[in-house]
Design a binder for this molecule. Sequence first.
Ligand code: ATP
Ligand code: MG
Length: 210
Amino acid sequence: MNNNKPEKIKTDKSKKDLRLGVMGGVFDPIHIGHLFTAEEARTKFNLCKVIFVPCLQPTHKRNDQITNIKHRLKMTYLATQGNPYFEVSEIEVHRPGPSYTIDTIKEFRKIHGWQTDIFFITGADAFLEIDTWYKRDELLTLCQFVAATRPGYDLNKLHDNFKKVLKIMEIPALAISSTDIRYRVKNNLSIKYIVLEEIREYIYKHKLYI
Ligand code: ATP
Ligand code: MG
């Protein structure tokens, strides 16, 4: 074992009632809002691990250029390596075309079967757009959803039908976003403490977001 890295927790696939967290995202870059949300979901819902899934091609439009997956993936590995319960999946990286969550969850279902409970973890903003998600109704039958509260996004706006399938997770307000981090780098503002130090160094070393 590498002395600097904690040993990753191995999942015993033969064991019933596995509870798996899946956190999808663009992670451009990954920040403490993502990490805290995942860790909070892991402990609150007793998950055996949380798998971070960086997307190749986001399905929701963004106005600026998305950073090459090579960098987003590397940053996701760097940010999660200190937590033995965190893993990274390259499932979407190797799947051409738009990264639809339903395709990813179906692949996890194939690997883990139906005895595993899958919890897809999102922020409130992402879940509020559920109406626009590809094959939404089918997706809702394939896994459970956890939505973390996020400043500026009110989950009470959701239709009651969605509130029923959703587990709302109250987290201390973290008004941190990748958008703001990209803006800060571009404008020479500090990003210390809102991303892990390894990520801050990686961003400057590779001259991202300038
Ligand atoms: P961007 O500003 O580029 O959209 P982001 O900070 O929203 O970036 P994403 O990669 O789009 O990050 O988000 C991945 C997932 O993490 C989404 O479900 C999003 O809602 C959630 N998330 C991101 N930041 C937070 C936060 N501060 N609190 C709670 N959830 C968050
Ligand atoms: Mg976002």
